[in-house]
Design a protein around this ligand. Structure first.
Ligand code: PHE
Length: 329
């Protein structure tokens, strides 16, 4: 008995305790043995021996349980010390992804027009002559096709040169009234400091009953939009030409770099051209079979906006994937 009490006291792990428990209480343990040896004792002693054995059994059980708890608590404390996290330690900063400046600018434009209930429409990048040109009042051999240096595949297929074909597709798929924007990539054979063969545009189109849509509506919506994108700038509309709008205008903002005084970026004019727009030409409505409607349309290049907002001098750098540039956004 004292031998086992000593063993319990010396035990230094929960596993050791279990070992002792088997030695004492197991089928072949000392208690089983002692109880079985009782049969050899004199009859009058048996009750006394049994009582003593039962007392020892209870005592050993209590000691084992108590020691087990002590050892387990110590082991837990030890483990917590080893695995604990030191929240005051410096951690290396993990790399965070970011939105590409072009997509970020696109999101800002979409956000503005979504809030005005314009739906967001999409169309294919590989287009046909009808949607990209013909229906937009650009018949074959029309000189205005030269404005857009087109990538052609075989058989009439081409890479869309602007997002305007999405106007046509949307009008063919739905009935007026329409209030839509179409963001997406477009393609032109052009490559220099302000042009890349692939870039992004956002198209806008609003169509309603005849007489309901005016140039004043267009001015209002675009002025609000440009103030949203560039803050407190002056906006001016300059007469221009697009085959699919009549009258047409190009829209300038006062130079955000020199505040209109004239600098290198605005070529000393004090103005920056930012988008094209106009009243939808009746020929376009004819091409999609719309009658007794009026509308306005506008289109803008996202990269141009991103370059101005972030003061990026070379457009091509936006598509080189250089982390030193992209990490700045
Ligand atoms: N599609 C024209 C372009 O790519 C932009 C535009 C769209 C102009 C709609 C007027 C109306 O230059």
């Amino acid at each position: 008995m004292t031998e086992w009490i000593e063993k319990i006291e010396k035990a230094d792990s929960p596993a050791k305790i279990e070992e002792i428990r088997v030695g004492v209480f197991g089928k072949k343990g000392v208690l089983a043995k002692a109880f079985s040896e009782m049969k050899n004792a004199a009859n009058e002693d048996k009750a006394k021996i049994a009582k003593e054995l039962n007392e020892q059994k209870a005592k050993l059980n209590t000691l084992l349980n108590e020691k087990k708890i002590i050892l387990e608590t110590a082991a837990l404390q030890e483990a917590m010390k080893a695995e604990g996290i030191d929240v005051s330690l410096f951690a290396p900063r993990s790399e965070a992804g970011g939105t590409h400046p072009v997509m970020d600018t696109m999101d800002r434009v979409i956000e503005y027009f979504s809030n005005l209930n314009f739906s967001v429409e999409t169309g294919p990048m590989v287009e046909d002559d009808f949607h990209n040109f013909e229906a937009l009042n650009l018949p074959k051999y029309h000189p205005a096709r030269d404005m857009q240096d087109t990538f052609y595949f075989k058989d009439e297929a081409l890479l869309r040169t602007h997002t305007s074909p999405v106007q046509i597709r949307t009008m063919l798929n739905t009935k007026p009234p329409i209030r839509m924007i179409a963001p997406g990539s477009v393609f032109r054979r052009d490559f220099d400091i302000t042009h890349t063969p692939m870039f992004h545009q956002i198209e806008g189109l609003l169509v309603d009953d005849k007489g309901k849509v005016s140039f004043a509506n267009l001015k209002f919506i675009l002025e609000g939009f440009l103030h949203h994108m560039f803050g407190d700038v002056e906006v001016r509309f300059r007469p221009s030409f697009f085959p699919f709008t009549e009258p047409s205008a190009e829209v300038d903002i006062s130079c955000i770099f020199c505040k209109g005084e004239g600098c290198r970026i605005c070529s000393k004019t004090g103005w920056l051209e930012v988008l094209g727009c106009g009243i939808v030409d009746p020929n376009v409505f004819d091409a999609v079979g719309y009658k007794d409607v009026s509308g306005y349309a506008f289109g803008l290049g996202i990269e141009r906006f991103a370059m101005l907002i972030h003061q990026i001098p070379d457009l091509r750098s936006l598509f080189e994937g250089d982390m030193r540039l992209l990490e700045q956004f």
